[in-house]
Every structure is written in C-alpha cells, then in structure tokens.
Design a protein around this ligand. Sequence first.
Ligand code: SF4
Length: 336
Amino acid sequence: MKKQYILQLFNIEDELLVKNAFEITSKYFNKKIFVRGLIEFSNYCVRNCFYCGLRRDNENLQRYRMDIDEIFQTAKQIIDLGIKTVVLQSGDDFYYTEDMICRIIEKIKKYSKDVAITLSIGERKNESYKKFYYAGTDRFLLKHETSNEELYNKIHPDMNFKRRKEILFLLKEIGFQVGAGNIVGLPAQNLEDIIDDIIFMKELDVDMAGIGPFIPQKDTPFKGFPKGDFNLVLKTLAITRIVLKTPNLPATTATVSLFDDEMKKVEILKKCFLSGANVVMLSFTPENYKKNYKIYDQRKSLDLKIVKQAAESLGLEISFQRGDSLKKCIQQHQKV
Ligand code: SF4
C-alpha cells in the first residue's frame, strides 16, 4: 500500500470522500448499524499510558472491580434485550486471572451460545489468549494506538510497539476477529503517522478498527494538550473505509465526546455514519461504576434513542445481530 495514494486521499475534498465512504459502507453492510453492549468491568490498570486516566499513577481515580456474577448479570441484561454482541472491557488488570476470564466467557456462552463475545483487556501472555479463544471468545480488541514506534514507546512506559504488534498478529493466527485502532491528534503525531496507522491496519487485515480523537485527561501527563480535530477523525474514518473496505468501524464514544453540547450527539453520529462507521457500542456498565471509567475527561455516553434518531435520518437501520467480520462470514460461506 503506497503512502502517496493515502496522502492523495487526505487531499480530496471532504464531500467526495464521504460520498465514497458511505457508498462502500452501504454496499457491504446493507445499510445496517450494529449495536454492541459494552461492560467496562474494571478501571484498575497496571500500565501508565501518558494519555489515559486509568493509568496506575492516577491517585485521583476511584477504582472499581465488578465481580463475576455482576459481570454476568450485566451481560444477561444485554442479551435479554436481544443484543448479540457483548464487549467486556477493562484496564490491564491481572486481578482477573485467566481462569476467571474463562469462567465469565463460559458462563455467558452457556446462557446464550449464539452471542458474540469481544474481549478488550489488554496485554497478556500468549498462552492466555489461546485459552480465552477456546473458552468461547469470538473477538479481541487491542488498539495499536499509534504505529509510530518511537512515539508509541515514549507514551507507553513499560510497553513497546514490537510486543503490541506481535500480539495483534498472534490474535489473528489464533482465530479471533481482531480489532486494532488509533488515536487521532496525539501530541507530537503528524499526518504521516496517521497514514501509517491505516497502512498498518491494512497489513494486519483488521476485522474492526476503533478510530477516535485524543481527548486530554486532567490527571495525566498529557493534560492541557489540545483535543484531536473532529474533521481529521472523520477523514481518517472515511479513508480507512475506502482503503480497507470491510472492517467493522465504530462511531467511537471519544468522537461523540469531543463536543460539550449534548444536543450535538445526533449530528456527530450522523457524520460518523456518513464517513463509514457501521457500529455503535452502548455502555451497560452500572452507573455507579461508569462515572469512574475516566479514560479521558467529559466522557459522554450514547443511548439507543439517539443512535436510532441519527441512523434513521440517514435511511439506516439499527441491528442487534452479531454483525460478524465480513471476512469471517465469507470464509464460513466458502466452507459450506
Ligand atoms: S490506555 Fe489501556 S493500558 Fe493504557 S493506562 Fe489506559 S487502560 Fe491502561
């Protein structure tokens, strides 16, 4: 994939870019917006990322952990609504052992075997990922954040880009539907880095990609830096759709949180859908915990009413179905 080609796309006028992205999305996803049910089950994290309020050195954060039954009851609530994807997300929290994670997965799958489970719990040992897969996990989300190795290593103390990349390719090899994704507008990031992010996701052949803006959090080293640019997020989303075609692309909570005005949520969502987004994640994390999942400040949440309003105004339909990776659907079809 030539950098020059993607750079040219960044120079195309927005209207044309969006028109193309929306046409591709409509063609592949049949005008559907897939809804996922998200549970943020722990805000403990052993890492210390410069931009994230969950970082271990943040002493101003009230920490919480949900126990296995609480997680299951919340998952049950999502499933009982008919939503067929449950996303389990946390900081890198090793309180939850391999066995505990597997028990949660098995419990949910036992309750509803046709529900898809996405794990987003960060970096673990290679063997652990295999166990999670064999316990029934369908998808794994591990954002690569930035593919600029030097920048990545600088802002992720005790972590490194080589390992991140190695894990992402391992997840693919194991058989997960794999999600990566970047942060747009990180301090010291430039357009070339964003182009490299798209190339990286193309090489990894991602099944999902979470693309969202940088938003500062007051208790992190990156407090005071400006937020990522909304138009650049939309452009990145649209170009990712044009270049990669089929991955599931969420309208991310971070994008919706860029503006203070609550009234703007519908407008923002519409712009994300027009730019290629085909997924939304609705948080079902109990309210007493949700307020402390402070990855960044002024985090907003979405509800079904707003998503419906945005989708229907564009002639799109909300779907609670699994919305598996199209690549997986094609593979299964070929096996038949
Ligand atoms: S970005 Fe993820 S790994 Fe880094 S501190 Fe936040 S929750 Fe932890």
